[in-house]
Design a protein around this ligand. Structure first.
Ligand SMILES: NC(=O)c1ccc[n+]([C@@H]2O[C@H](COP(=O)([O-])OP(=O)(O)OC[C@H]3O[C@@H](n4cnc5c(N)ncnc54)[C@H](O)[C@@H]3O)[C@@H](O)[C@H]2O)c1
Length: 250
């Protein structure tokens, strides 16, 4: 898909992988709407990329619909959604203060899984009404999963369950809107040096990066953004989840 003047929505765009993806897409000529709960940082990103910034808690259904409406009015219906929102917080099922509060589990599933589904639902609704491009494609939805979906660590039950839900949703999601020429693809990052990583991994040290077969370092958000651009350009990638982890298995 040609990105020039293409309306794109990036969620979780105030920071880390989402912010870098928004920058890459804007550089490629896309009309980017950056959505994030962090009003200050998302407006900084929006200004830097000359895009539209919308502060929004995407787990608030009404606010998410209103954000989509604003993006649609400003840029037209999005052909691409890159969903980078993620909440990460490590907490043991049985901690020093007793069992994990159920609301902790609920919040991570709400933000990471239910909001991801909601954004896909809204985006696919718009994409299905767009005229098809020359190759029959109408739109693309990219989810950000995590290697925790496959190899969650202690303290990650809630996060891993939420990302596991994202992974499981991708194939059925690709099968349904596929009839409209809409692709659905997941990217499962390994260890990228962003705020989310530091929230999950309390004991970041050199041993961790040496457990990555190659390269022995955290991923750079630009490497995630490069894969997003490739997925956009390569129409055969659909209904799958790609690990982006330097071969790291926990
Ligand atoms: N960094 C890693 O190592 C890593 C590994 C695996 C998966 N991931 C996933 O990649 C995605 C991006 O994470 P990141 O590393 O860039 O982290 P990050 O913390 O830098 O970015 C996440 C963004 O999501 C926003 N956000 C959180 N809750 C929100 C809500 N309810 N509504 C709107 N915005 C909200 C935050 O404000 C933040 O800007 C996440 O889904 C994360 O789970 C990251």
């Amino acid at each position: 898909m040609d990105l020039w003047q293409c309306p794109v929505v990036v969620t979780g765009a105030a920071s880390g992988l989402g912010a870098e993806t928004a920058r890459h897409l804007a550089e490629a000529g896309a009309r980017v709407t950056a959505i994030d709960i962090d009003a200050v940082r998302v407006s900084q990103v929006g200004e830097a990329i000359e895009g539209l910034a919308i502060p929004c808690d995407i787990s608030d259904t009404m606010a998410a619909e209103a954000a989509f409406q604003k993006a649609r009015e400003a840029h037209g219906p999005a052909r691409i959604l890159v969903n980078c929102v993620g909440l990460a917080h490590s907490q043991r099922i049985l901690g020093d203060d007793g069992p994990m509060p159920l609301d902790h589990f609920r919040r991570l599933v709400e933000v990471n899984l239910i909001s991801t589904f909601n954004m896909m639902r809204l985006a696919a609704g718009d994409m299905a009404k767009l005229p098809p491009l020359a190759n029959g494609e109408r739109g693309l939805i990219i989810f950000t999963a995590s290697i925790s979906a496959y190899e969650g660590q202690s303290g990650e039950a809630a996060y891993a369950a939420s990302k596991g839900g994202v992974v499981s949703m991708i194939l059925p999601a690709a099968r349904e809107p596929g009839t409209y020429g809409i692709r659905v693809v997941g990217i499962a990052p390994g260890l990228f040096g962003t705020a989310t990583l530091f929230a999950m991994e309390r004991n970041l040290d050199s041993r961790l990066v040496h457990a990555i077969p190659f390269p022995h370092r955290f991923g750079d958000p630009s490497e995630f953004a490069m894969l997003v651009i490739h997925v956009i350009q390569n129409v055969m990638i659909n209904g799958t989840v790609m690990r982006l982890d330097g071969g790291y298995h926990r």
